[in-house]
Write a protein that binds this ligand. Sequence first.
Ligand code: ADP
Length: 581
Amino acid sequence: MAEAGINEAQNSPAPEAQQTTDGFHLVIDALKLNDIDTIFGLVGIPITDLARLAQAEGMRFIGFRHEQNAGNAAAVAGYMTKKPGICLTVSAPGFLNGLTALANATTNCFPMILISGSSEREIVDLQQGDYEEMDQLNAAKPYAKAAYRVLHAEDIGIGVARAIRAAVSGRPGGVYLDLPAKLLAQTIDAVKGQQSLVKVVDAAPRQIPAPEAVKRALDVLRNAKRPLILLGKGAAYAQADASIRALVEKSGIPYLPMSMAKGLLPDTHAQSASAARSFVLAESDAVLLVGARLNWLLSHGKGKTWGAPVAKQFVQIDIAPTEIDSNVAIEAPLIGDIGSCVEALLEGIGDDFPQPPAGWLDAVAQRKSKNQEKMAATLDKNPTPMNFHSALRAIRDVLKTRPDINVVNEGANTLDYARSIIDMYQPRKRFDSGTWGIMGIGMGFAIGAAVTSGTQVVAIEGDSAFGFSGMELETICRYDLPVCTIVFNNNGVYRGTDVNPTGGADVAPTVFVKNARYDRMMEAFGGVGHHATTPEELTAALLEAIASGKPTLINAVIDEAAGTESGRLTNLNPQSAAMKK
Ligand code: ADP
């Protein structure tokens, strides 16, 4: 199948000369027409030629070692650019490997299109046993915002257009596009083919909020005694940075960024209440949510975290009307795109708009400095071996000097501590486990961010989290990407000290090989490896990595007893009565 296509793509005259075109060319033409210039994927039957042709036609094809990582790279590219990131996979197993990334993109509201080749429909539908047989369209549906299959070459233009529009309009998400092998080889008249392509006009239209909704929102904020603004990654995605900053500063309201909204305003901003997070969540009386959902990451908007039983009023800006009242009653929903909603609020905030009461601002400031002092004392300690805090202090101090650097972060303790210790200064520079708390996004996100931005990435990885995508070090070296991966190596999941209670030969479920040298994995592919056992060594290695822009891995040795079970999510672990004893 694929071999016939190769000959067609490489050896025969251009289809225009023959006055015919084929499915391969039409897919590439449709993507290019819509300004999509990069594909993340992994080749094989039946899409190898599609990748070859994409490259031959001037698109960038970034080949991975596992489809999940390619999908994660595509998703992060979508988040950074507001254009759908494209992931290309082979049929059944490759498709399923990509499906986790598609589901993660949908969950996180990142625009992405998973394009997979698929086997012969007739055989699949009669379950006659084809090579990589699977009903991929139906498998994708529950995990995607939309799913389409194209059967005729003249419908490729419409199929790609529908996929693009579904991915980026309204609440962004993951879209599946099924391309059967037969479709790719189909030929049609070249002129007819060109005419069938669609350039999507206004793919993500502005959605202007209703004036009465704006008034309702302003009334809640005007009457608040202890207001708070909560910025989510929807706010970062919206690329309305200047308006959001103006709203925060003009209103004078303290704000909290969710992890991927960090840097939308610099974390060092005077109005940031991050260091007083628990205090402001509990004590505020009115909260403006900007592109943030009241899901588990925000304790569903209720309970002790939110100061129950004291009632709280919420204003929620979101593009998805059904997000409203998902967990608690929302006093003032503001439905529209964040840019338009924030601008409408700004227009309503005249010079007479009351600043938050001084008592509230003082209380926040006091709590902030108390917590910051406590944290500074913890960070200043220099235990041997390093712990999470001393290692992160070293990284924080280097990254402070390079606010343009993209930061990828996953793990349990590594994620929890880095999120609060590493300051961000610019929008859309932090990429992490997000809405699902997923592990395994590390190298995919790092490659996606490096390819999309062309600038340095630092991936701060727990040793367990790194394992899910570690083989992509080869990809990083192959494309010579400026990615420095720092593995927080404490010999296990959570920590490395658990023992097998039976005394048997197998180690405990959470334990890895002791003293593994992840830096040597990097060296195997021609990258630079460092082994760091002190904050000073870590600083030196990171500075060298950033200065060189070379693929680098720093094996940061952390005290194997330092981690806590499940990081800060210990409460989510059901425990057996036997284990509690
Ligand atoms: P976080 O995890 O940072 O709290 P979430 O992913 O929970 O953020 O929330 C993001 C929200 O932003 C989603 O409910 C989504 O519908 C919304 N959103 C995404 N893009 C836009 C946009 N351009 N305008 C308005 N809302 C948006």
